[in-house]
Design a protein around this ligand. Sequence first.
Ligand SMILES: Cc1ncc(COP(=O)(O)O)c(C=O)c1O
Length: 356
Amino acid sequence: MELPPFELERWLDKYESDADLMLAESGVRSLPADRFDLDVDELGYVIPTDGTPEFRTEIAERYDRDTEEVVLTCGTQEADFLTFMSLLSEGDHTVVVSPTYQSLVSVPESVGEVSEVRTEPPEWDLSVDAVAEAMQPETRLVVLTNPSNPTGKYLGPETMQALYDLVDENDAHLLVDEVYRMLAGDPHTPAAALGPRAISTAGVSKSYGLAGARLGWVVADTEIANAVRKWKDYTTISPPIVGNNIARQALGEQENDILKANRTHTKANRKRVAEFLERYDLDWFEPTGVNGFPTIPGGFENGKEFCRSVFEAESVVLAPGDVFGYPNRFRIGFGLHTEELEEGLERIARHIEDNC
Ligand SMILES: Cc1ncc(COP(=O)(O)O)c(C=O)c1O
């Protein structure tokens, strides 16, 4: 198994630590630790190591699934990784809807074959027929993020049902990374509630602003969930106990306050970005979540050149569309504090005016 460098993470790692402003972060601004009770008594493993039954039941109920169908993980990234490892073997084929977060392509590609079904602007609609055409007798999995990172496209219940029916007819599975789902004003039914062939992964990093809690989960039928448990013994063994404690409060008594504040915050910031893009005649699809994927301004060869020059001139980090396979775009994250977003947009505006 050979994995390529994770281009987005390498880009952020290179520029983030020296930059004044980070407009490439894909989650909502982080919540302060002191709004949670952090006392976990002893710093041991979470027992049982796939998460306590009470917390897994609370999560299972959100998906209309059973407790044993939920495994808590160290972030959504691990949830996705363990699901791929559990389902795929050499020679298996996966269909991935793009653009997407790189691990959702690179991991299945490192095990078997991948066909990408590209969605396109302005609407980034997914053609279920195109997914059907990409399927092969060896296809075990269809994968997407919903809402999408980086486009912010949120596919509706009809498309998701059609995808479910397609995988069901083909004895395959549907893996939907839903880490941005709770930022939607009115989230649709999650994928895992569609039936046993759908798998949802999610966590508290993005919608809740709790990336440092490193708490995610997989919801899948018992056979797959058991395979995930088996793999997890070889990766992180247990979810982090402090993060587990924080996530339980965030999904419990604090959930309404957190989500209400995060949705209001992202809505207001999205409006600011929309006004900025309109001023400079840049196109985007108005996204659900906290990431948008606009076109780059004229005068720049590609996203990398634009983003590198913004960093060098104005110390602002953006993510180039090149790392998602769409070089004439860039990803902007607008979940950060509003004053920082405004300062970042002002600096980008100055750079565009100086260069175009
Ligand atoms: C679609 C998607 N899945 C997973 C992750 C990683 O999430 P976590 O911090 O929960 O591991 C990201 C991070 O950007 C993401 O965009």
